[in-house]
Design a protein. Structure first.
Length: 40
C-alpha cells in the first residue's frame, strides 16, 4: 500500500498512552517481524 515501516512504527508508538508500554513493545516487535519478512 506504500506505507513506510517508519510510519507504521510511529503509529504504534502513538498508542503508548492508550494501550500501555508493554502492549506497544509487543506490537512493535510483531510489526518488525512482519515487515522484515515482507522485505525479504
Amino acid at each position: 500500500m506504500g506505507t513506510k515501516p517508519e510510519e507504521i512504527y510511529h503509529a504504534i508508538i502513538l498508542l503508548t498512552s492508550t494501550i500501555g508500554f508493554p502492549d506497544v513493545a509487543a506490537a512493535l516487535s510483531w510489526a518488525k517481524d512482519i515487515i522484515e519478512k515482507e522485505l525479504k
